[in-house]
Design a protein around this ligand. Structure first.
Ligand code: LMR
Length: 398
């Protein structure tokens, strides 16, 4: 069967982790996949998560199947986190949520569901976007189109071009937007810009799909909701994929959720029935553990408080490393201005390093950066920052 089949290329992001693991250089640094590391270079299990796991282990009675869309209390916790406890989306019951395996699982389920009812629709993704977005939607049968987003000259947004393009998107097409902490650029829309975009969605009839993989990594859990609130206020149907990989550090538990917001409770019930059918044929029902952790933390005020503090600490460390990188490069006499890295939000820095520099860093210094120059700032530590700054300075002075 495989004789005449060519091997697939390694994954643009996770393939770097494999290459990093096989690299014998003791100085190697992985700034590829978006995984948080603490000052010691460890991806920790959060204390709130450990405590939730203790509670779960003591109280566990069964490992029987979850419902197809997961534990309803988990869905409620996710919705409160997404919309806020007092949102009318909750009281009107116009949203339904299914526990999905990670943000990727949520995106794929959402894509499959939309494809079923809009078979001719295309998906529009930002230029650039997370490397896996195109693959996920292409696998669900979507044609992929791009809207302008990041301006590499100004290191900001191509806002006018973005708006112009969104006004041309046909009704029924999907527009995939990064709810906060745009990956890879770290450049986000303001609250007013979100409202303008939601108004265009309402006017033109395209379907907004908000990828919310980094809630809490921008300003705060609440402030990062601006995008969701703008779409909710527009009174239109939209989709949200959530991931708890980053904000709960639950990378390998695959805890995420797909939320479908529709016009009213009756339509939401119809959406839920089709969400269940879609999940059933993909993975039947979700893996329990990660979702149970999130539910346990968010259902307990003290644990929620601990989790919020841990999330703040992750953000504080990332911001500190942004400064250390910019200041470290300036201190080494690098001419190029990297100060924009301090303004970018979330885990990543769209560094402005060229693919040639990225390749040199990997080959000569065993520093792994995603193609296009995306650096996982959360992978920088007090221990490796000097080596990374020295190496980038050397690369740029070649
Ligand atoms: C990333 O963008 O590095 C993360 O979301 C990990 C992944 O799955 O690509």
């Amino acid at each position: 069967m495989w004789k005449s089949v060519k091997a697939a290329p390694p994954d643009a992001i996770l393939g770097l982790t494999d290459a990093f693991k096989n690299d014998p250089n003791p100085d190697k640094v992985n700034l590829g996949a978006g995984v948080y590391k603490d000052d010691r270079g460890i991806t920790p299990v959060l204390a709130s998560v450990k405590e939730a796991e203790r509670i779960l282990l003591d109280g566990e009675q069964t490992k029987s199947y979850l419902p197809i869309s997961g534990d309803p209390v988990y869905a409620e916790c996710v919705q409160k986190l997404l919309f806020g406890e007092h949102s009318d989306i909750l009281t009107s019951r116009r949203a339904v949520t299914a526990h999905a395996p990670g943000g990727t699982g949520a995106l794929r389920i959402g894509a499959e569901l939309i494809k079923k009812f809009n078979p001719d629709g295309a998906v529009w993704v930002s230029a650039p976007t997370w490397a896996n977005h195109k693959g996920i939607f292409a696998a669900a049968g979507f044609a992929i189109k791009e809207y302008p987003y990041y301006d590499s000259d100004t290191k900001g947004l191509k806002y006018a071009a973005l708006i112009d393009t969104l006004k041309q998107v046909p009704a029924g097409d999907v527009v995939l937007l990064h709810a906060c902490c745009h990956n890879p650029s770290g450049v986000d829309l303001t609250s007013n810009q979100w409202s303008e975009i939601a108004a265009i969605a309402a006017d033109k009839g395209w379907i907004g799909f908000l990828d919310f993989a980094y809630q809490g990594f921008g300003d705060s859990v609440e402030a990062d909701r601006t995008s969701v609130e703008a779409f909710a206020a527009a009174g239109i149907d939209f989709f949200i994929s959530s991931s708890f990989s980053k904000n709960f550090g639950l990378y390998n538990e695959r805890a995420g959720a797909i939320t479908v917001v529709s016009a009213n409770a009756d339509e939401a019930a119809v959406a839920k029935s089709h969400l269940d059918v879609t999940v059933r044929v993909c993975y039947s029902n979700p893996p329990a553990h990660g979702g149970l952790i999130v539910k346990t933390v968010l259902s307990d005020a003290a644990l929620t408080e601990t989790w919020r503090n841990e999330l703040s600490e992750m953000c504080r460390r990332i911001v500190a490393m942004r400064s250390a990188l910019v200041d470290g490069l300036a201190a080494r006499g690098v001419d190029q201005d990297f100060s924009y890295i301090k303004q970018q939000r979330g885990m990543f820095s769209f560094s402005g390093l060229t693919d040639d520099t990225v390749a040199w860093l990997r080959e000569h210094k065993s520093i792994y950066v995603v193609g296009g120059g995306r650096i996982n700032v959360a992978g920088l530590t007090p221990e490796n920052i000097d080596y990374v700054c020295d190496s980038i300075a050397e690369a740029l002075k070649r």
